[in-house]
Write a protein that binds this ligand. Structure first.
Ligand code: SF4
Length: 338
């Protein structure tokens, strides 16, 4: 048991103040489904926990304006069953339903889920001092120690966005759907309030894979907004995994389509399970515009999404699997009626 202090502020401003006052080693906690896990594995050792779950109203779900807004404390299960989300934005509802288990979805928040850390087995199997190499070298857990996945077991690793320092996959489903739908997060921190596109919340690993997010110290996510679009009706989150439930994606695709008659006028395509961050696929989106969505066009778009892929020793299967996942997702979405 590692000692830590615990605070339960009542407002976002109090939370930021508590975080700043606590200093080094402070962490926000909400549902706890990632952080407690990593504390038990001895990968995270916070010295101060700022529990934000007492903040009133930060779990609100608003669907009546010109955008959807989800308070960061709304649970994954609550958003998944919201009738407007389920009816008009199946890509969002499906990304939530296909994540984790019902028990976890009842606890996990839609804000916290955006900050989930990788499932790279070397990262999670590094028991020991988090600042030391541990069982395996891992630049994300112990910067500068190396990367056991490169030259090691890489079946689950990324084929897009990786670097010589890290090939770990971004594990989430929800962030992929939000990236496809041009969502933004509202952030509160010591410097005030700002808005960040979900796509810009994640860093590529580069030489510093331990720096995963673009949030500044003390910043917390208070809400998520999604612009309303008719493309939401023709959307889906298609997830391929080693078993049908309670498993992370080995490839996934979030897609939404605007159609002009039987031709695509605008496409939203993002990839999960294959890249080091939620991965927008503009090459696929451009290829689809103006086309009839035949099986050939759908597969061409899938291949375009992976044109820059670079596989390791055991994960080459993800390139074709990912392309076909995109193609299947496009076909499912196009078959949905507005
Ligand atoms: Fe660590 Fe990244 Fe290498 Fe996995 S891929 S061992 S997370 S540095």
């Amino acid at each position: 048991m590692k000692p830590f202090s615990y605070a339960r502020p009542a407002t976002p401003a109090e939370a930021v103040q508590a975080f700043t006052a606590a200093g080094a080693g402070a962490r926000y906690i909400a549902g706890g489904t990632t952080l407690y896990d990593l504390m038990k594995l001895d990968i995270e050792r916070p010295r101060h926990l700022i529990d934000v779950t007492a903040i009133q109203g930060m779990d609100a779900i608003e669907t009546s304006g010109d955008r959807l807004r989800f308070g960061a404390l709304a649970t994954m299960s609550a958003v998944a069953v919201d009738p407007v989300v389920a009816r008009d934005y199946p890509v969002l509802a499906e990304a939530l339903w296909k994540a984790a288990s019902q028990q976890l979805r009842n606890m996990a928040t839609v804000g916290g889920n955006l900050l989930q850390r990788t499932r790279c087995l070397y990262f999670r199997n590094g028991s020991g001092n988090p600042s030391s190499v541990g069982a395996f070298p891992c630049n994300k857990r112990a910067p500068g120690s190396g990367c056991a996945a490169i030259g090691g077991l890489d079946r689950g690793q990324a084929v897009l966005g990786q670097s010589d320092a890290c090939t770990a996959v971004s594990p989430g489903d929800w962030p992929v759907a939000l990236t496809a739908m041009d969502a933004e997060v509202e952030v509160v921190g010591p410097a005030g309030v700002r808005t960040v596109p979900v796509a810009a919340l994640y860093r590529l690993p580069g030489d510093t894979p331990h720096l995963e997010f673009t949030l500044a110290p003390g910043e917390m996510i208070v809400g998520i907004t999604v612009p309303k679009t008719a493309a939401g009706h023709r959307s889906t989150y298609h997830k391929i995994r080693d078993r049908e439930s309670y498993a992370f994606a080995i490839a996934s695709a979030a897609v939404a389509l605007d159609m002009d008659g039987d031709r695509v006028s605008r496409a939203h395509v993002a990839l999960g399970g294959v890249a080091t961050r939620p991965w927008r696929a503009p090459e696929a989106e451009r290829l689809l515009v103006g086309k009839r969505l035949t099986p050939t066009v759908a597969l061409d778009a899938g291949h375009a999404a992976f044109a820059q892929a670079n596989a390791g020793r055991q994960n080459g299967y993800k390139v074709e699997l990912g392309a076909r996942t995109v193609a299947d997702a496009l076909t499912i979405a196009a078959g949905r009626t507005v």
